[in-house]
Ligand binder design. Structure first.
Ligand code: ADP
Ligand code: MG
Length: 250
């Protein structure tokens, strides 16, 4: 059962203890798959390209038709954290034939590059329209406990390490400041004719995650990479939630 705890003063609710998290803890799993991670985020009110699991080519095609083309297929494995590194992501699939080809290509490639990985199937999801890439993360700091990270995605984060951190729980001011601290802020505010992105939506995402993390001590790490920021709204395109191993979460 989902237990929902009202948050004081905000008029919103957040899932304090999600059944997917509880089940994983009971089963001793520490890595939630992308499908599981996105389900948790969705239940928190964070927009995602939610995936559905296909365990056959036919099922992948059925799901793609139901979702609507173009779609994306990704390997679903509790043992694979960087899906594109093993050829586990196929983007922009426009037809049933594309989906069948991609399904086979993903399974073949992961069998070569990650032969020992347990494979649950292939996740089928909507292809997101392009946005400004940002990343949102959460990790446990030895001194400060849970901290949230916000940064610009792609080359900027890798080369310039243009990221900001704040300690959980975040105030609204923390969320606003960590976005505005970035050197690359002009890229979010509209640059050479590109429209400004919805900074409020990014702030809300940070605050929602902060509330969730504050209420769920078993969370070890969260990676939303990338999140696409749009003039209206923001969408988590990839998601990973890692739980503390039982011995460490006592
Ligand atoms: P990885 O495990 O390798 O990080 P991702 O799910 O992030 O896998 O996919 C790799 C890249 O493919 C992303 O950085 C993004 O650019 C693109 N991508 C993934 N999912 C989608 C989607 N649903 N719509 C559009 N682009 C996507
Ligand atoms: Mg990713």
């Amino acid at each position: 059962m989902i237990s929902v705890t009202p948050l004081s003063g905000k008029g919103s609710t957040v899932v304090a203890s999600h059944p997917i998290v509880e089940r994983a803890l009971q089963q001793g799993h520490t890595l939630l798959t992308e499908i599981e991670s996105k389900q948790v985020l969705h239940d928190l009110g964070i927009a995602t390209t939610q995936g559905q699991l296909a365990t056959s080519e036919d099922e992948a095609v059925r799901l793609a038709v139901a979702i609507g083309f173009p779609v994306v297929l990704k390997i679903a494995s509790p043992d694979i954290t960087h899906k594109s590194d093993v050829g586990g992501v196929q983007l922009n699939l426009h037809s049933a034939a594309d989906v069948r080809y991609a399904y086979r290509a993903i399974l073949q490639s992961t069998a070569v590059h990650a032969p020992d990985a347990r494979v649950e199937g292939v996740a089928v999801q909507a292809m997101a329209k392009p946005g400004v890439e940002v990343i949102i993360g959460m990790s446990q700091d030895a001194t400060f406990g849970p901290v949230l990270m916000f940064g610009l995605g792609g080359v900027l984060v890798e080369v310039l390490q243009d990221v900001a951190f704040r300690i959980v729980p975040l105030s609204q001011r923390d969320a606003a400041e960590m976005i505005r601290d970035l050197k690359g802020l002009p890229l979010l505010q509209g640059y050479r004719g590109t429209p400004a992105v919805d900074l409020d939506a990014l702030e809300r995402m940070l605050l929602t995650l902060s509330e969730f993390v504050a209420q769920t001590p078993a969370i070890q790490e969260i990676d939303l990479n990338p999140v696409y920021a749009y003039p209206e709204g923001a969408l988590a395109v990839d998601a990973r939630i890692i739980l503390a191993a039982p011995a460490a979460s006592a």
